[in-house]
Design a protein around this ligand. Structure first.
Ligand code: GLN
Length: 278
């Protein structure tokens, strides 16, 4: 009898948590990017979409939570604290990507729509308060911590909250353009610098919309690698072109870009042909 072929690795399950409440600026696309980058590598992937009112399973490998307005954000946090399935999943070793309102929800507390402090999920050691200045709106460029292996990242931010990190959370990186966590979010040691995001183990939060994983595929692979182990490289010419374009769009980055962000010749040719730049 012929030997049984080796069992194919089971599908990686990506939970898209409450996209109807938390899905501004295409954040739900992060789940699509994760699944597609696995499929391009011949791996099976499944997106498990849970809308408001649905039960979030605790058995998925990766959880994606997007941004949203204050009211739906408050509802989502309440629901996730009642269900506690995300807590169980994290205890089991699942990875989480949370963007903006998602990041705020994962912290210890944030300010609800009525201006009153509300409990978060306590999965990240941070609190979010109301910023005193204007909303942070615009391109956000983040230089990740050196040990992350991530390149400079590009995103888009729009939030009123300021996130303050405690020692149990590391920032994702230093803000080069934009606001990120805001005034009190500095945890990289430089009093004048701003930080973005919060990381604790496999739980990652950031203020970067975009969707952040479309703009920064290395970040997608980092998250996937947490649940699959090492992954083969992909041809990322197109997304590198998008990254370069977005980085150049950030105020103050264009001049820096000429020095540091000139795309490789193949990518530059591709961008020119696409935009008919001569
Ligand atoms: N409602 C939150 C704030 O304004 C988050 C906004 C968002 O997710 N874009 O701070």
């Amino acid at each position: 009898m012929a030997p049984e072929p080796p069992a194919a690795p089971s599908a990686v399950r990506v939970a898209l948590v409450f996209p109807d409440l938390l899905g501004t600026y295409g954040d739900s696309g992060n789940a699509v990017i994760l699944a597609q980058r696995l499929r391009w590598r011949g791996r099976a992937a499944e997106i498990v979409e849970i809308n408001a009112g649905g039960a979030v399973p605790d058995s998925c490998d990766l959880y994606v939570i997007g941004g949203g307005e204050d009211q739906p954000q408050s509802l989502a946090a309440r629901e996730l604290n009642i269900q506690r399935s995300l807590h169980r999943a994290v205890d089991r070793g699942a990875a989480v990507l949370a963007v903006c309102a998602g990041l705020q929800i994962l912290g210890r507390t944030f300010v609800g729509p009525d201006g009153i402090e509300q409990p978060g999920l306590d999965l990240l050691d941070c609190v979010t308060v109301r910023g005193r200045g204007r909303r942070a709106v615009g391109e956000l460029v983040v230089e990740p911590a050196a040990n992350s292996g991530l390149p400079v990242m590009t995103g888009y931010e729009n939030h009123g909250g300021v996130t303050i990190l405690s020692p149990g959370a590391q920032p994702l990186g230093r803000v080069r353009t934009g606001v990120g966590n805001g005034q009190d979010g500095d945890a990289l040691g430089e009093a004048s610098s701003l930080a973005d995001g919060a990381v604790n183990g496999r739980v990652w939060g950031t203020y970067m919309h975009g969707p952040v994983l479309a703009r920064n595929p290395t970040f997608a692979d980092l998250l996937l690698g947490l649940v699959t182990g090492p992954l083969s490289p992909l041809d990322d010419q197109e997304s590198e072109a998008l990254r370069s374009e977005r980085l150049q769009a950030a105020p103050g980055e264009a001049s820096r870009g000429a020095r540091r962000w000139a795309p490789p010749p193949g990518v530059a040719r591709w961008v020119r042909s696409r935009h008919r730049v001569r």
